[in-house]
Ligand binder design. Structure first.
Ligand code: QUE
Length: 355
């Protein structure tokens, strides 16, 4: 297995007997964007640590000041698609989604510091854990993939599809950034800890049980900002037709500035991604397990990763940063239903195998 050059992820064991296994995403200049090598290293280390009785609990955090993780390294995926047609991208997503599933099935407590930016692949790595998902007043949690011609993946469509009322569609279609209060209200996170208590949290995890430390350091979560918006959100996102959702958002915009912002974000996103996100959330609502949801996200995601909008979206948002993607088709009206349906067709689709 090829290693990473400058230790893009750090592993260390702290406390008596090395009882705390610490995983630090360490690519701060890329906001800790997850490379394929990082995914493979984390997966291998978790497997080793899961079997090591001296390890009692885990801590996941991001290096630098800006946050846990910007997402998967979509420039690496785009480069592979453009150079080789996406075989490497398929292995990247498969390894990443298997890791996401593994974080949901860990045999020991894991505290994930969802401090600062936690988007896309960062959500997949942290938000499937149970009991120890920590947000702070700096947290900004989002699934912004529709803006790059993709769909919420890494089990994000599964989480979004289970959110109350219209919140999941709102977050999935617009990429809305959720603060700590909303992250907890929607189920992305469990506990609020003020950012200035994080050093103490990290230190105490070396010697104390995670649930006891969190019980001690948790504070009442801030008010969820979206709770006050639920009247228009639930009204706007009822139904599965993106054109009707936009019509309702436009009608609500005069009374609710948030509805105008949401309509703007949906109009800026890839039209194909908007249709695909709606359908993916609709279908994943019925998914019996996270793994089943990941299998569907993989099939749809692989078809989108090799389509034009993804390369163009990543170019516009991350490579050139002009923020002016030229989508094809270029409007919601021009998207053909049968092309959306075809993204979900099991026949000829990529299969995520569980190894
Ligand atoms: C939407 C996204 C992502 C994004 C921008 C979007 C995303 C992602 C990154 C990202 C950011 C910095 C990096 C990097 C990737 O940007 O998922 O490699 O250095 O990972 O508008 O979904």
């Amino acid at each position: 297995m090829s290693g990473t050059t400058a230790a893009e992820v750090l592993f260390d064991r702290r406390g008596p007997g090395g009882r705390l296994g610490v995983i630090t995403l360490n690519r701060p200049r890329r906001l800790n964007a997850l490379s394929h090598a990082m995914v493979r290293e984390i997966a291998a280390r978790l497997e080793e640590w899961n079997a090591d009785d001296a390890i009692e609990q885990y801590l996941l955090l991001g290096a630098g000041e800006r946050g846990l993780c910007a997402g998967g390294d979509i420039t690496e995926i785009r480069d592979d698609v453009l150079a080789t047609g996406g075989a490497g991208a398929g292995r990247f997503f498969a390894d990443e989604y298997r890791l996401d599933a593994a974080t949901a099935e860990l045999p020991k407590p894991c505290v994930a510091l969802m401090d600062g930016v936690t988007f896309g692949g960062g959500v997949g790595l942290s938000a499937h854990g149970r009991g120890g998902r920590v947000v702070t007043e700096r947290s900004s949690i989002a699934m912004p993939e529709a803006a790059i011609g993709f769909v919420p993946d890494v089990g994000g469509a599964y989480l979004l599809s289970r959110m109350p009322g219209g919140l999941g569609l709102h977050a999935g279609l617009t990429g809305a950034r959720l603060g700590a209060g909303d992250a907890i209200a929607t189920g992305f996170a469990d506990v609020f800890v003020p950012a200035d208590a994080l050093p103490e949290l990290v230190r105490r995890l070396e010697a104390e049980a995670a649930d006891a430390v969190l019980d001690d350091l948790r504070r009442p979560a801030p008010e969820p900002a979206l709770a006050a918006e639920r009247t228009w959100i639930d009204e706007a996102y009822a139904g599965d037709d993106p054109l009707e959702i936009l019509e309702r958002l436009d009608a609500l915009a005069a009374a609710h500035p948030g509805a105008a912002t949401a309509a703007e974000a949906i109009r800026a996103a890839s039209p194909t991604s908007i249709f695909a996100t709606l359908e993916l959330l609709r279908r994943n609502r019925e998914a019996p397990t996270l793994r089943a949801a990941l299998e569907l996200e993989y099939r749809v995601g692989m078809r989108l990763a090799v389509a034009e909008d993804f390369a163009e979206g990543v170019r516009a948002m991350v490579v050139d940063k002009d923020r002016s993607p030229r989508w094809r088709p270029g409007s919601l009206e021009a998207v053909r239903r049968e092309d959306v349906e075809a993204l979900f067709d099991p026949r000829g689709g990529a299969t995520l195998d569980w190894g």
